[in-house]
Write a protein that binds this ligand. Sequence first.
Ligand SMILES: [Zn+2]
Length: 87
Amino acid sequence: MPGMQDGRIVILPPTPGGCPYCGDTHDPRDPHNRDSLTYQHKFRKKYGRYPTWEDAMRHCSVLTQARWAEKLAERGIQVEVSGHERG
Ligand SMILES: [Zn+2]
């Protein structure tokens, strides 16, 4: 578990101007940073589990999801694209 080596979880404040969900600076149309501790903490508090890449890109367009799924696949991460478009 990243960030828990010494038994404490350190939540860094979001970057000014960063995403309100993951604290990262990214295009709102792009997925949240699933590896962001801010995002993991917020997500877990709300849903009782840790986010997956599918969760991180749920708000994205189908096209964006497909693009990211391809990128992640290159890194050996398999993502199921939901095909669900919202917003
Ligand atoms: Zn985000």
